[in-house]
Design a protein around this ligand. Structure first.
Ligand code: CA
Length: 235
């Protein structure tokens, strides 16, 4: 699923330029002209990152940034400010009130895209632990206490074995595991399981988490060995 970038910008030409460059890199985009109710529209869209113009018609970008940070569903979304003002005070203020980065107009679209990618990658390789003990990796959130896994905030309907298998993969990403290792780790000492059992459950799990189970992006086959789970790079 492509990462979604919200572009909060009232100048149509600049918004189009940003959309063109981001879409060309495979990102989903939506432009918000920055008028009233932007915060509600953003909450509907659920962006992975927000590009936020400081100078907006109804409110300034700083005000909107504060609203985003206070919002329960948007609070941790990276924000890159776009500012025409090269004023040091504005830059510092933008970062102090919760912006993650800023780009001063005029900017090179290439540089902006590079910043977007860098901020999206930040959280990916390491496991982030949320305040309630749930851990997040890419679009997945694992709540061990509640025995639930969410993908893009949607709860996955998993059997107990699928849950244990996905839990193992989420906590051991990037490494290839053989079927025998997975049996040992996930099924433990059960005598009625065979390596074929692993294949069956991997196939079912792919149907839950992959957009196209036949060409998986998260749970891939390591030919002649077993399986690997990883959050793909956006590049
Ligand atoms: Ca503007």
């Amino acid at each position: 699923m492509p990462k979604k970038i919200a572009i909060v910008e009232d100048e149509p030409e600049l918004a189009s330029l940003l959309e063109y460059n981001l879409a060309g890199q495979g990102f989903g985009t939506r432009v918000f002209p920055g008028t009233q109710n932007t915060i509600a529209s953003l909450a509907d869209y659920r962006p992975d990152l927000i590009i936020l113009d400081v100078m907006l018609p109804d409110a300034d970008g700083f005000h909107l940034c504060r609203e985003v940070r206070r919002h329960s569903a948007l609070g941790s979304v990276p924000i890159i400010f776009l500012t025409a003002r090269s004023d040091e005070v504005d830059r510092v203020l933008g970062l102090e009130i919760g912006g993650d980065d800023y780009v001063t107009k005029p900017f090179s679209p290439r540089e902006l895209v590079a910043r977007v990618k860098a901020h999206l990658r930040r959280g990916d390789p390491v496991e982030e632990v949320a305040a309630n003990g749930a851990s997040c990796r890419g679009p997945f959130r694992l709540d061990r206490a509640a025995h639930r896994v969410y993908q893009d905030s949607r709860e996955l309907p998993l059997t107990s074995t699928e849950f244990r298998l996905l839990e193992f993969f989420l906590t051991h990403p990037g490494r290839a595991y053989s079927r025998e290792q997975l049996l040992q780790e996930v099924w433990g000492e059960q005598h009625f399981v065979t390596p074929r059992t692993v294949d069956v459950h991997v196939r079912r799990l792919r149907e839950r988490i992959e957009q196209k189970p036949d060409t998986p992006v998260y749970l891939t086959t390591v030919r002649g060995f077993g399986y690997r789970f990883e959050i793909p790079d956006q590049d």
